[in-house]
Design a protein around this ligand. Structure first.
Ligand code: CA
Length: 378
């Protein structure tokens, strides 16, 4: 018998923020992460990360899914991932606990890469590039600022990010602070003015609108040369997506809220110009790669949604390195002490705004166990 899976553990981390920031749906007051740590019988450790709240997912990892694979061969990643999908579906019925499954799946890929001494990108079929162009996510709403101050501070942040990276993405949905679509469009106009005509500008509504409002906003975005309009309507509104893609010239992007089987419907119905599965939410690298394959068959480029610690970023980089075309890395520039602390070497962009894919076995990152202990919560 070769190496087997000894233990699957969940590691909850939390870091308060000195200044909350907002987007269409909520204010973010702290950053949290749920890492998955899988230890093999020879002492090798693989790391993964789960999207979303710690609550619930932690118990699903530790008590429901984790015990299912203990004693198994960690190299059987896809078989184990499919087993966990079935276990999760049988347990919950109306949902599959995809964030928990994602964290375990990513940790299995990391562990397998380390055991075989190859990078995850090699396991996924081979890297097409050693570094990935990155766009800046950030430009969130500022706490306690009036509208003019919002415009000014967000535009200043965009200027800084546009100087360092290939593109910048800003948020709309100022309804959070009592405004509406008119002010959203004005925000985009101010940022376009600030970054200049040459900069690539992306807009993310975090489903702030219904379809008719999104159509109006989308037409204004076209006149501001916005490259894509992300999550214009709620994720359930596939008719809205399909209608907007037909009605608008600006690209329609989305996917961070969608499960693998929903991507099938999004592609079949022609809902997306850009697909954004989240590796830590869609079911891990196993599921994200399958979504990317389906996307490719429909001619839809994939730019994964990325939001988390260096575990999530590294897993995404390995996937992106294997994708066709010219994919971006979504590179979160908003405040996140965990992102800066938990890896021994944080992932950074080079002078050309590209983020190197980590080299070395597995995900290619070394975690700082002391920092993890510092941010760990019970
Ligand atoms: Ca988004």
């Amino acid at each position: 018998m070769g190496v087997t899976i000894d233990r699957v553990g969940a590691v909850p981390l939390e870091a308060p923020l000195s200044e909350p920031f907002g987007y269409a749906q909520e204010w973010v007051t702290e950053r949290s992460a749920l890492l998955v740590r899988i230890e093999a019988s020879d002492g090798t450790v693989g790391w993964g990360e789960c999207w979303g709240p710690i609550a619930g997912t932690r118990g699903t990892v530790e008590r429901l899914l984790g015990p299912e694979i203990e004693g198994e061969d960690p190299l059987d990643v896809e078989r184990l991932s499919e087993t966990l999908y079935d276990v999760g579906r049988a347990a919950y019925q109306s949902v599959v606990p995809l964030p928990a499954l994602s964290g375990i799946d990513v940790a299995l890929w990391d562990l397998t890469g380390k055991l075989l001494d190859v990078p995850v990108s090699t396991l996924l079929g081979g890297a097409r590039r050693s570094a990935v162009r990155a766009y800046a996510t950030g430009h969130y709403f500022k706490h306690g600022c009036d509208l003019d101050e919002q415009y000014e501070r967000i535009a200043a942040e965009a200027i800084e990010n546009a100087a360092a990276l290939d593109a910048v993405k800003l948020k709309t949905g100022l309804d959070l602070i009592g405004y509406g679509p008119r002010e959203d469009v004005e925000l985009v106009r101010r940022v376009r003015e600030a970054v200049g005509d040459e900069a690539t500008l992306l807009v993310d509504a975090n489903y702030a609108y219904d379809a008719p409002t999104a159509r109006e906003v989308g037409r204004a975005l076209e006149s501001l040369d916005v490259h894509w309009f992300e999550e214009p309507v709620p994720p359930e509104d596939l008719d809205g997506y399909a209608h907007l893609r037909e009605a608008l010239d600006v690209r329609v992007a989305g996917g961070e809220c969608h499960a693998p089987y929903e991507f099938d419907r999004l592609f079949e119905r022609g809902c997306l110009d850009v697909a954004q599965p989240d590796v830590c939410n869609v079911g891990g690298l196993t599921a994200a790669r399958r979504v990317a394959t389906t996307a490719s068959a429909h001619g839809v480029p994939v730019v994964p949604h990325v939001w988390g610690t260096p575990v999530a970023i590294a897993a995404s980089l390995h996937l992106i390195s294997t994708l066709p075309g010219h994919p971006w890395l979504e590179f979160d520039r908003s405040a996140n002490p965990l992102r800066e602390a938990v890896a021994a070497d944080p992932l950074t962009a080079d002078d050309d705004g590209r983020v190197p894919v980590p080299e070395g076995p597995g995900l290619g990152i070394e975690l700082d166990e002391e920092a993890i202990a510092r941010y760990r919560v019970e």
